[in-house]
Design a protein around this ligand. Structure first.
Ligand code: ATP
Ligand code: MG
Length: 445
């Protein structure tokens, strides 16, 4: 029978990769906990209307990237392409706004029917933050700072924070009209995609990747000239807060973002190390979305980081700078101890000892194969464990077994190389050796 394969654009994460994913997720979670941001989990499947109403019909995401289908009850369902609309729906549906300002994070798979390439998949993962119910410029700066500090803490250095202000609804309407008129006169000079966007969503043309369109846009009306004084003051204030936080940024007046719901602050974190898919984090203020989804007028701001791109960046940073924190994240976490065991009594004893050591918090890999000692030693070395406890029937009879250093031994450790004997019925001595080594490692690193 032919072998089955995964769908195009879907990716299996193998154990070699899940180790880095878990570490990245744990660091992100720690940042959110420290900032008092609470987790929310929403369904992967939503009513299609949530996204068509929330994100906007004319966007790439809703227009051509959604995984939508009718379920058995003939309801149009969509696998979520992003997190914000779902979070807002859940906040409204569960009455969370009556409990005050919501500071939330989410994580998990998103689905977009795109052309798969490096850093672009059909199922990908995001981690994101949403502040709902805050409109102060200071909250924009805090939300941006949380993303920036997280990326920095992951050992990434070659990052650029780009910002723009899209102004309020009226600013944007004025600009949209001006831009439309200007581009309409030059329609034939636009690339085919931008020509299509001209009538539906002219702002998106600013985001075009086409070089000729970009060069034409150099002389186009500028968004910043359409900003009201109030919007300008607000944007200035966000910038000042970021300066106080020591977060560097660049203004990019072409930055408009792909979803329709943004206003005022929009931002992206990009890296030269990502090739064409340069954006690792995107976000902005969306003061109209809550109302569009049936709630009371409520200001909000958020961002999403693409985890696949984030991990590509961590791997690249580690290659470029092997001593960076990024390198630590790319290393699999090895067991503390590998238990080599063979023989009827030895195998029973090893099972019990492994469980006891695990109960005490050690990471223990037990070889359950009953293979020859030589084979088990090879596996022990491959496991990356520092220590091997070697138990045969003779050791069980004697009540003592050798603990051997497997690798990375420094001079002093060489002394122990042939394995000091440790009692098997009182694990204190084994545990002390493992702990002493841990302490010594921490001191030297
Ligand atoms: P792009 O312009 O690269 O398509 P986007 O504007 O569509 O990005 P957002 O909707 O802002 O992206 O999503 C936030 C982040 O999620 C992106 O910056 C990126 O890191 C990640 N992302 C978006 N689409 C994909 C995808 N198809 N595969 C992998 N990551 C993605
Ligand atoms: Mg996209």
């Amino acid at each position: 029978m032919s072998q089955l394969r995964k769908l195009r654009g879907m990716v299996d994460l193998l154990p070699k990769q899940t180790s880095i994913w878990q570490q990245v997720e744990a660091i992100a979670r720690a940042h959110f906990i420290r900032a008092g941001i609470k987790e929310i989990r929403t369904p992967l499947l939503e009513a299609t209307e949530l996204f068509s109403r929330g994100i906007g019909e004319e966007t790439d995401v809703v227009g051509k990237e959604m995984y939508s289908f009718s379920d058995r009850g003939d309801r149009s369902c969509t696998l979520r392409p992003e997190g914000t609309a779902s979070v807002v729906r859940a906040v409204l549906e569960n009455g969370l706004l009556s409990q005050g300002i919501q500071r939330l994070w989410y994580g998990g798979p998103m689905f977009r029917y795109e052309r798969p390439q490096a850093g672009r998949q059909r199922q990908f993962h995001q981690i994101g933050v949403e502040y709902i119910g805050l409109n102060q410029a200071r909250s924009d700066a805090e939300v941006i700072a949380i993303a920036w500090n997280l990326l920095k803490d992951l050992g990434l250095s070659e990052l650029t924070l780009e910002m723009n202000s899209l102004g309020n609804t009226e600013d944007r309407r004025n600009f949209r009209n001006q831009l439309f008129e200007w581009l309409h006169l030059r329609q034939s000079q636009l690339d085919p995609d931008s020509q299509k966007r001209l009538f539906k969503n002219p702002l998106r043309i600013l985001d075009s990747k086409n070089a000729q369109t970009q060069s034409l846009l150099k002389n186009a009306p500028k968004l910043k000239d359409s900003l009201s004084e109030e919007s300008q003051i607000r944007f200035k204030s966000v910038q000042e807060h970021l300066q106080e936080l020591g977060i560097p940024f660049k203004l990019n007046e072409r930055l408009v973002r792909g979803l329709d719901y943004y206003d005022h602050t929009a931002f992206e974190v990009t890296s030269d190390q990502l090739g064409a898919q340069a954006t690792v984090c995107g976000g902005g203020r969306y003061n109209r979305l809550v109302e569009q989804l049936g709630g009371p007028p409520t200001a909000a701001i958020g961002w999403a980081i693409g985890i696949e791109r984030l991990i590509l960046l961590i791997e690249e940073s580690s290659r470029e700078n092997p001593s960076s924190k990024a390198t630590l994240l790319t290393k699999e976490l090895p067991p503390d101890i590998f238990v080599v065991n063979k023989g009827k009594d030895a195998e029973k004893k090893a099972l019990v000892i492994s469980q006891k050591l695990r109960e005490r918090g050690f990471k223990v890999e037990l070889d359950c194969s009953s293979a020859a000692f030589g084979k088990q030693f090879k596996r022990a070395n491959r496991s990356g464990a520092k220590w091997a406890l070697v138990i045969g029937d003779d050791e069980v009879k004697a009540g003592k077994a050798p603990l051997k250093l497997l690798q990375n031994s420094s001079e002093k450790e060489e002394l122990l190389k042939n394995g000091q004997l440790h009692p098997l019925d009182d694990l204190e001595s084994i545990m002390n050796t493992l702990l002493a080594n841990e302490l010594q490692n921490n001191k030297t690193t």
